[in-house]
Design a protein around this ligand. Structure first.
Ligand code: ZN
Length: 464
């Protein structure tokens, strides 16, 4: 009897152990594998179709809606301090101002010839070709995509303000209180003639990401946006590639702020989009830094939307990722990567990202790569880490030392919060209002670029 009881006990214990092993170790692993291999609720092919369909429908919407009365807008635009009369024909679509090109060229005494879908602008020492069919403009062999596309009506061609300013080499400043834009003929030669981003003369690569740029918080001010544009000038003039981690929708529940550029039209939002266009034309590679970078009652930039503690469902995660993409496509912002806010990601969430993005600008969960890592799951998505972190306080020397540490095999990749640069850029106006700025040589960004150049590094794109 005693022996039989002992035998039964052993069988029961063995059974219990087996149950525990299967229940807590094997099934979850198997489950994880199944989840990871299906890559979430969608596939890469489905994600590509989602993006292509969106691009098509947004373009159709743009062409059919742009010149409708609901987008009529007031814009006080001055050139050399003379107010341009557009006869009420200014439109604002998704926070881009559209104005008739010939109203400006006439004023600047620039000749415009039109043949089929080609425009040729010419003036004293100036010539620019605009190819409407292919949606680009070109000066002396250097070309740029029309950031805001174009539309024509009653023989007038409408282009976005950012395109007009860059095509005609104007220098613009914004005053949101008076809702006016003042343009002057630039005293510098056109930026497009100084296109050195693509040159690969130096051997060593470094990567910089300008972090947390959004239409809210400290950024949605005339001064801040003008300073961001000055940073773009600096990086571009130095031939440095750079990335911008953009948060598409800014939310601050405490201040009842919820700013979505595809929904909320305003002068400041238009200046923000103008600034993004300006930076993209000057070499910025933009990526999606979450959708709102917050959750619940949190404030954008400070909060974190995809962390495990929020317990988002797979559908909710996909919805937010797709909302961010939709925002970028509706605004015609070419996005090249995704970066999860505060890197608070999970292997599960990263498999969702892999369907939509070729570049995820963060370490791969579980691999914790310090160099670029190609996903083991889809063999396509590249995880680009920033192992050098961010520039803390004003400690730029610390970052320079980390970059110069030749023994380290880590990718020389870091990020920088642009607000830290603002005190070192002083905005000025000449007597007639012509805008310019003084950029202090001791600024952290200038110092970093100088030291990197000295050491044979070149700031490149994650896609190089
Ligand atoms: Zn962030």
């Amino acid at each position: 009897m005693y022996i039989r009881k002992k035998g039964l006990k052993i069988v029961l214990i063995a059974f219990l152990m087996g149950y525990l092993v299967i229940g807590f170790v094997i099934i979850p692993r198997w489950n994880d594998k199944v989840l990871l291999s299906t890559g979430g609720v969608t596939t890469r092919k489905a994600a590509r179709e989602f993006v292509n369909d969106l691009k098509r429908s947004e373009k159709e919407k743009f062409k059919s809606e742009l010149l409708s009365n609901k987008h009529l807008s007031k814009l006080n635009l001055y050139i050399e301090n003379k107010k341009i009369d557009f006869n009420g024909k200014v439109f604002n679509y998704n926070n881009r101002y559209y104005i008739p090109l010939d109203d400006i060229t006439k004023y600047l005494k620039i000749n415009m010839d039109k043949e089929d879908s080609n425009l040729t602008l010419s003036g004293e020492g100036y010539q620019c070709d605009i190819n409407l069919e292919k949606s680009y403009w070109r000066i002396k062999g250097n070309r740029r995509e029309l950031r805001g596309d174009w539309i024509s009506r009653e023989d007038k061609v409408y282009l976005s303000l950012a395109d007009i300013v860059d095509i005609l080499n104007l220098n613009a400043s914004f005053d949101s209180k008076k809702e006016e834009v003042r343009c002057f003929k630039s005293k510098k030669e056109s930026f497009i003639l100084n296109d050195t981003q693509g040159t690969l003369t130096k051997k060593k690569t470094a990567l910089i990401r300008i972090e947390d740029v959004t239409a809210g918080s400290i950024y949605l001010k005339d001064d801040s946006m003008e300073k961001l544009r000055a940073m773009g000038d600096l990086l571009y003039d130095e031939g440095s590639a750079y990335h911008i981690a953009w948060i598409p929708r800014y939310v601050n529940p405490e201040k009842s702020e919820d700013n979505d550029l595809t929904r909320d039209t305003s002068f400041l939002n238009s200046e923000f989009l103008y600034t993004l266009d300006y930076l993209i034309n000057r070499g910025a590679m933009v990526g999606l830094h979450g959708y709102t970078h917050q959750y619940g009652n949190e404030e954008s930039i400070i909060g974190s939307e995809f962390q495990e503690k929020n317990k988002l469902s797979r559908e909710e995660e996909v919805r937010r990722v797709e909302a961010a993409i939709k925002n970028a496509i509706a605004l015609n912002i070419p996005y090249k990567f995704f970066e999860t806010p505060h890197y608070r990601s999970s292997a599960r969430f990263q498999t969702v990202l892999e369907n939509y993005f070729d570049y995820v600008y963060e370490p791969c969960i579980g691999v914790w790569n310090k160099k670029i890592h190609i996903s083991d799951r889809n063999k396509a998505t590249k995880y680009v880490p920033a192992p050098l972190g961010y520039v803390e306080d004003r400690n730029v020397q610390d970052m320079i030392n980390k970059i110069k540490d030749d023994k380290s095999k880590e990718l020389k990749s870091f990020f920088y919060h642009p607000g830290k640069e603002f005190d070192d850029i002083v905005l000025k106006r000449e007597g007639n209002g012509y805008p310019y700025y003084e950029y202090k040589d001791t600024s952290m960004l200038k110092t970093m670029i100088k030291e990197l150049n000295k050491d044979g590094y070149k700031l490149r794109y994650i896609t190089n």
